[in-house]
Ligand binder design. Structure first.
Ligand code: SAM
Ligand code: DTB
Ligand code: SF4
Length: 387
């Protein structure tokens, strides 16, 4: 029996292929993304991370979107690296509120070696609470990445932020290659990578395709892919940028899900300005991670009551710990089978799906194997007795 997956993990995407994906009719794009999502995850589970700015403002970089760049007048006051016990107290609160991962952010171009012991102590103590740990602190040397790993760091967030072709329009104080070099140090140290970008910075769809292509063609797909919608902050050069069509944002999430099917796709910054309906579309398009808690780093996030109510209304559950589901191909009794133009059972009369795939699970006589992809309790809809 030929075993295939309609969503192989690929690292050879071309820009035009991604543009074609982004240009699909929305129902087709959402169907493909939702199918990819279900192959690797429970679509009703959302991983929940909480962010804390452990060193705020005063950053020497000139990222045009960022309220923490010292050169812009955004009202963000620079502060020193927080004390370890204050960080741990915040992490304890985040855990009690239901977060499974705690992400510590610092407004640095890169940490100084002298900062590493204190950051390592924060990581060790947060990890000891039973939380997954993540840090985002700018560029790292190989030695710094190893030191953070040894302290118990699970993830390092370092975004590519935008299409390499658009990068020079947004940031002038570093090159894309600097970001790629840090990602290499992070992977080489055995850390998991969290890497994504921002949309809504005035980029074209072609440039959104370029960002997704670059992320998916990294040597390993990032374990987490944050898709941020630009939070427009007064005083930053990007304040006043024409707002992105919300459906373009949904398309970006869906394409990320299809292209990086085993990664957590995070509906990241910008949720405070999104309607519940837009967020619901994003979850349906394959987003399965959020930042939870009233604040991101310096800007607002939906309050926890609003998020709890949203999860309740949508029937979503928070993952207790991030537990990336085993690929279906690894589950005993379950096989992915190529399915050209029909469900493969023969004579059941169904037309097959848009996605060239049948999931066969210890197939009962007369069953089409669930090719119609409906929920099992509804029956497969092909006239057999149900899958
Ligand atoms: N300084 C480090 C760095 O740049 O990697 C870590 C902190 S930086 C604030 C982390 C990420 O926040 C950036 O890569 C960017 O994707 C995101 N970010 C910053 N300002 C944002 C904004 N106004 N809207 C959306 N995302 C933003
Ligand atoms: C990411 O991709 N987005 C988060 C996290 N990683 C560090 C940060 C969003 C920051 C939004 C602007 C602010 O709050 O300062
Ligand atoms: Fe500094 Fe990071 Fe903000 Fe850029 S995004 S200005 S590097 S804190």
């Amino acid at each position: 029996m030929q075993i295939v997956s309609a969503f192989p993990v690929r690292h050879d995407w071309s820009r035009s292929e991604v543009e074609d994906l982004l240009a699909l009719p929305l129902p087709d794009l959402l169907y493909r993304a939702a199918t990819a999502h279900r192959l690797h995850f429970d679509p009703c589970e959302v991983q929940v991370s909480t962010l804390l700015s452990v060193k705020t403002g005063g950053c020497p970089e000139d990222c045009s979107y960022c309220p923490q760049a010292a050169r812009y007048h955004t009202g963000v006051e620079a502060s020193k690296l927080m004390e370890v016990e204050d960080v741990v107290a915040k992490a304890r609160q985040a855990k009690a509120a239901g977060a499974s991962r705690f992400c510590m952010g610092a407004a640095w171009r890169s940490p100084k070696d002298r900062d590493i012991p204190k950051v390592a102590a924060m990581i060790r103590e947060v990890k000891a609470l039973g939380l997954e740990t993540c840090a985002t602190m700018g560029m790292l040397s190989g030695g710094q990445a190893v030191a953070l790993k040894e302290a118990g760091l699970d993830y390092y967030n370092h975004n590519l932020d935008t299409d390499p072709e658009f990068y020079g329009d947004i940031i002038h104080t570093r090159e894309v290659q600097d970001r790629l070099d840090t990602l290499t140090q992070v992977r080489d140290a055995g850390l998991k990578t969290c890497c994504g970008g921002i949309v809504g910075m005035g980029e074209s769809r072609r440039q959104r395709a370029g960002l997704l292509m670059t992320l998916a063609n990294l040597p390993a797909h990032p374990d987490s892919v944050p898709i941020n919608r630009l939070v427009q902050v007064e005083g930053t050069p990007l304040h006043g940028t024409v707002a992105l069509d919300p459906f373009e944002f949904v398309r970006t999430i869906a394409a990320a899900r299809i292209m990086m099917p085993r990664s957590m796709v995070r509906l990241s910054a910008g949720r405070a300005e999104m309607s519940d309906e837009l967020q619901a579309l994003c979850f349906s398009a394959g987003a399965n991670s959020i930042f939870y808690g009233e604040k991101l780093l310096t800007t607002g996030n939906p309050d926890t009551e609003r998020d709890n109510a949203l999860f309740e209304r949508l029937g979503l559950r928070a993952m207790v710990v991030e537990e990336v589901k085993t690929a279906l191909n690894d589950v005993p009794g379950l096989t992915l089978v190529g399915n050209d133009g029909g469900c493969g059972s023969g004579g059941c009369g169904c037309s097959g799906g848009v996605v060239n795939l049948t999931i066969v699970k210890e197939q009962a006589a007369g069953c089409c194997g669930g090719a119609s992809q409906r929920a099992p309790e509804d029956g497969c809809g092909c006239g057999c007795s149900g899958c």
